[in-house]
Design a protein around this ligand. Structure first.
Ligand SMILES: Cc1cc2nc3c(=O)[nH]c(=O)nc-3n(C[C@H](O)[C@H](O)[C@H](O)COP(=O)(O)OP(=O)(O)OC[C@H]3O[C@@H](n4cnc5c(N)ncnc54)[C@H](O)[C@@H]3O)c2cc1C
Length: 380
């Protein structure tokens, strides 16, 4: 086993850390409070190659490995998960989905601008009646010979407004159940698409979340990814990688909160000494460090398995489950260590606590990760 990072991985980690600590931090509180989409930061990250990190350079991507992706996601998420989630959806759901399962024409037309960060992608699976149970798709993609006609509503879609390339999961043949579902690339400017209002969220308030309505949206058949009926498998396979992104986001939220708690405990005095010198606080810090280290190791292991062509579905579910759970615990303790100051925006930890909550919910709730993990344990 080799626990050392390569020079390139360290450079990528440093570039992400520099950007987060110098640039993202400057306006994160205001963007969060007002729900302002971080447009110029996304452009800057595109210029750094972070929106198509994992894509092969022949499709204009950065050709970086998944370990580097984990390192970059952690650094960006220490400061601003609303930015990190744009990176995560674009890289590990949309770019990965098209690169791995799309055809050459789709890679040329759709993947290249996404990998360059000129266009942003969105992944449209969830519906008002289909969240955890993604097989209950009500959005239909009716087969009309040379095109599909899409009707229905998707919920909670990250990048719905800033994005222009959608991957839509929809039911073509209800008689076939989940084997009748397709994944179809849809350009947002296609007639018949409309957006609900920006969701007023608890956390990640400046990320771009909307419902998306489809009314007789005509999409050429050539935009279908894979064979007819491959859509559900496509979604599940793509989410296996997506979970490494969200796990790394949860890791960053936790490690960011821990770093702030350590710093604060070395500045704040109570009962005549620094609070870090009270064993009750020092032990909280040690518990945080063990949890963060475990989460990081799970994320890196899932990334390593993916980079080495080995099955990584269970590992990514473990990483996502554990990192999300400890992000909630670590951020809650970070607020506690800050006392009253932890409860106001200026010290950042209350925002990190709000952000942590979402990592237990999206791209498969913690309970769904437990189902994935326990199924793997129990299968014959
Ligand atoms: C801010 C935000 C952004 C999102 N972005 C996207 C996006 O870009 N694209 C997209 O497609 N979706 C997105 N989602 C949707 C997200 O993936 C779903 O909210 C999530 O999968 C849960 O679905 P649900 O909300 O319908 O909850 P439900 O499925 O109704 O679950 C409710 C509760 O029941 C539990 N539960 C359900 N089934 C079981 C079971 N079998 N055993 C035990 N417990 C169970 C769940 O864990 C949860 O606690 C986003 C959500 C949010 C909030």
């Amino acid at each position: 086993m080799n626990f050392e990072f390569t020079e390139e991985q360290i450079m990528i980690q440093q570039a992400a850390r520099d950007y987060a600590q110098r640039e993202l931090i400057t306006d994160v509180i205001e963007r969060d409070a007002k729900g302002i989409f971080p447009e110029h930061h996304i452009k800057n990250l595109a210029n750094l190659g972070f929106l198509g990190m994992l894509v092969d350079p022949k499709y204009d991507g950065g050709g970086m490995d998944t370990i580097s992706y984990v390192l970059a996601m952690e650094e960006i998420s220490k400061v601003d998960s609303s930015v990190a989630v744009v990176m995560s959806v674009n890289n590990s759901l949309v770019c990965y989905g098209i690169e791995k399962y799309g055809n050459e024409a789709q890679r040329e037309k759709f993947l290249k601008p996404l990998a360059r960060g000129e266009k942003i992608g969105a992944f449209l699976l969830s519906e008002p009646e289909a969240g955890s149970d993604a097989t209950s798709q009500r959005t239909t993609a009716e087969d009309k010979g040379d095109h599909y006609l899409i009707n229905g509503t998707k919920n909670w879609i990250t990048n719905a407004n800033c994005g222009s390339t959608y991957i839509v999961i929809a039911q073509t043949d209800p008689a076939k159940g989940h084997k009748g579902i397709n994944a179809i690339i849809v350009e947002k400017n296609t007639p018949g698409i409309s957006l609900g209002p920006h969701e007023d969220k608890m956390g990640m308030r400046s990320s771009d979340t909307h419902s998306v309505m489809f009314t007789d949206v005509k999409v050429p058949k050539e935009n279908r990814i894979g064979e007819d009926g491959f859509g559900f498998k496509f979604a599940m396979k793509t989410l296996e990688g997506g979970r490494i992104g969200i796990a790394s986001q949860a890791l960053g939220i936790a490690s960011g909160a821990m770093e702030r708690a350590i710093q604060y405990s070395k500045e704040r005095k109570a009962f005549g000494k620094l609070i870090s010198q009270h064993q009750g606080i020092a032990f909280k810090l040690s518990d945080m460090a063990v949890k963060v280290e475990n989460a990081r190791n799970l994320c890196l292991k899932a990334a390593w398995l993916k980079d080495n062509g080995k099955p990584y579905g269970t590992a990514s579910a473990m990483a996502k489950y554990y990192a999300a759970e400890i992000a909630m615990q670590v951020t809650t303790e970070a607020v506690q260590i800050h006392g009253g100051y932890g409860y106001v925006k200026e010290y950042h930890v209350e925002r990190l606590m709000r952000e942590a909550k979402l990592t237990q919910i999206y791209e498969g709730t913690s309970e769904i990760q437990q189902i994935v993990i326990s199924r793997a344990l129990l299968e014959d």
